[in-house]
Design a protein around this ligand. Structure first.
Ligand SMILES: Nc1ncnc2c1ncn2[C@@H]1O[C@H](COP(=O)(O)OP(=O)(O)OP(=O)(O)O)[C@@H](O)[C@H]1O
Ligand SMILES: [Mg+2]
Length: 233
């Protein structure tokens, strides 16, 4: 059985241009993420992991090659269309939680739904409440982010990434700011949500233990995919 990939990169390259300075960062990257898999991206500092994730997540554009999300060639889309794909089909978790301080936990979790209208947001609320309860935050729904621990804040950010039922969540070192116990909780949460929701996860990590628990590991070295190990796909 081969479901069509949620993300496909075909000979993708990225060079940053700052004035007269050219920085080639990614070279000839081809890979695919299949529905429901949990992929870890590993590699040394400066190897191009964040650049790769930003291209997959439509936060930046490649300078060579083609990217498809759910078979749609997104390299050919304009910014408005790309923003729509990003909003409706993709979720994001970063090293910093980026919760909005003046909103409550449940409001923050629902934030990605806002742009789709009040009705849509209301319809998602029961599911978001359930997810927050499942991650041990049922008594914090009305709290502000500043009243939570770092691990709790990041758990809200993980739940928020699923607000729009995305096909794939991109996470750039989501445990990087946490102590090992909180990091483990956040990672286990991502694994559980991956299993339960069928959403694929692509996570950049420096932690070998987490990488070993992924379905598949993509290793980047000097801007090239050096190898991919394990996996369903
Ligand atoms: N906007 C930019 N302009 C120029 N060069 C950049 C830009 N962003 C990143 N780079 C360079 O691209 C290379 C890859 O950066 P990237 O952030 O993808 O690495 P990384 O693998 O995520 O590293 P880390 O593990 O430290 O987060 C680095 O050499 C970096 O200096
Ligand atoms: Mg990075």
């Amino acid at each position: 059985m081969s479901a069509s990939p949620v993300v496909e990169l075909d000979q993708v390259g990225k060079t940053y241009y700052n004035g007269a300075v050219e920085t080639p960062v990614l070279f000839d990257v081809s890979c695919a993420i299949v529905p429901g898999e949990f992929v870890a991206i590993v590699g040394g500092s400066g190897s191009g992991k964040t650049t790769l994730l930003n291209l997959m997540g439509l936060l930046d554009r490649p300078t060579a090659g083609e990217i498809r999300i759910e078979s749609v060639k997104v390299t050919g889309l304009d910014e408005v269309e790309r923003a729509r794909v990003r909003r409706d089909r993709l979720g994001f978790i970063f090293q910093f939680h980026y919760l909005l301080p003046e909103f409550t936990v449940i409001e923050n979790a629902l934030m990605p739904c806002r742009m789709r209208g009040r009705e849509f947001e209301l319809a998602q609320e029961p599911r978001m409440r359930e997810l927050l309860a499942a991650v041990g935050l049922d008594d914090k729904l009305k709290a502000r982010p500043a009243q939570l621990s770092g691990g709790q804040q990041q758990r809200v950010a993980v739940v928020r990434s699923l607000a729009n039922n995305p096909a794939v969540v991109f996470a750039d070192e989501p445990t990087g700011n946490l102590d090992s116990k909180s990091g483990r909780m956040v990672f286990d949460l991502m694994k559980r949500l991956n299993r339960d929701s069928g959403t694929a996860f692509v996570m950049v990590t420096h932690d070998d233990h987490f990488a070993l628990e992924a379905d598949r590991v993509i290793r980047i070295r000097d801007g090239r995919i050096q190898g991919t190990k394990g996996g369903k796909g």
